[in-house]
Design a protein around this ligand. Structure first.
Ligand SMILES: NC(=O)c1ccc[n+]([C@@H]2O[C@H](COP(=O)([O-])OP(=O)(O)OC[C@H]3O[C@@H](n4cnc5c(N)ncnc54)[C@H](OP(=O)(O)O)[C@@H]3O)[C@@H](O)[C@H]2O)c1
Length: 193
């Protein structure tokens, strides 16, 4: 689709995959304002945009991530919970009634450990590990054609930002890929000519 004039090329480049996924994963189960959305892996490319979408809809957004992502997550207006052992208990302290949707962007053991915070296993949706989500009673994200157009519109109106956090030149492509592959990226990593 065409890049809106209001968006920089770097921001536009960050939208089609991470932004479209964030849109789809936050709309697969429709919530009402005030309901609780827990996001595992909230500080990454998909997570920060998913958290922003949740705040636009006035959900109670709880972002689970490592301590290095606390400021980023709180700046969006979401509640930060540190990931790792005991994360499910820390979420329950803040939301004793449980999550109306649990968005998983990490998978594996981290998903298994946080899964009990969902009010019902059917409220788990994963972009990272659909097999584990299904085994637990949830589902993988269903990508839609509309997601990219919708998130682009939302970004164009300044309601969300793609959170471009690192920029590399073409000469430093290896560093850019290494930054993504370490699995702890904050926001999006961009390669520019
Ligand atoms: N199906 C699709 O269409 C689709 C599309 C896009 C992405 N995806 C998948 O969705 C996932 C997220 O994508 P992304 O672009 O947001 O990735 P990303 O930018 O690399 O972010 C992943 C986040 O996961 C966190 N993390 C890693 N290990 C963790 C753990 N044990 N516990 C809690 N958090 C942990 C990291 O944060 P910390 O440093 O805070 O741990 C990181 O910020 C990936 O698996 C990707 O492949 C699927």
């Amino acid at each position: 689709m065409a890049k809106p004039e209001e968006l920089s090329f770097a921001d536009a480049a960050a939208l089609p995959v991470a932004g479209g996924t964030a849109y789809d994963v936050t709309h697969q189960i429709e919530l009402e304002p005030g309901q609780t959305m827990v996001i595992l892996g909230a500080g990454g490319g998909v997570g920060l945009m998913a958290a922003q979408i949740g705040k636009v809809h006035q959900f109670n957004v709880i972002g689970v991530a490592s301590a290095s992502k606390q400021q980023l997550i709180e700046a969006i207006g979401a509640t930060f919970v540190e990931s790792g052992d005991g994360a499910a208990d820390r979420v329950r302290e803040i939301a004793p009634e449980g999550a109306d949707v649990l968005i998983d962007l990490v998978g594996g053991d981290a998903l298994r450990k946080i899964a009990p915070v969902a009010k019902d296993p059917g409220l788990i949706i994963s972009t990272a590990d659909p097999a584990t989500a299904e085994e637990l009673g949830g589902a993988g994200v269903q990508r839609t054609k509309e997601g990219v157009a919708k998130i682009t519109e939302v970004a164009e109106y300044g309601l969300i930002t793609p959170n471009v956090m690192e920029r590399f030149s073409l000469h430093d492509v290896q560093q850019a890929i290494a930054s993504v592959e370490d699995g702890h990226a904050a926001g999006k990593v961009i390669i520019e000519p």
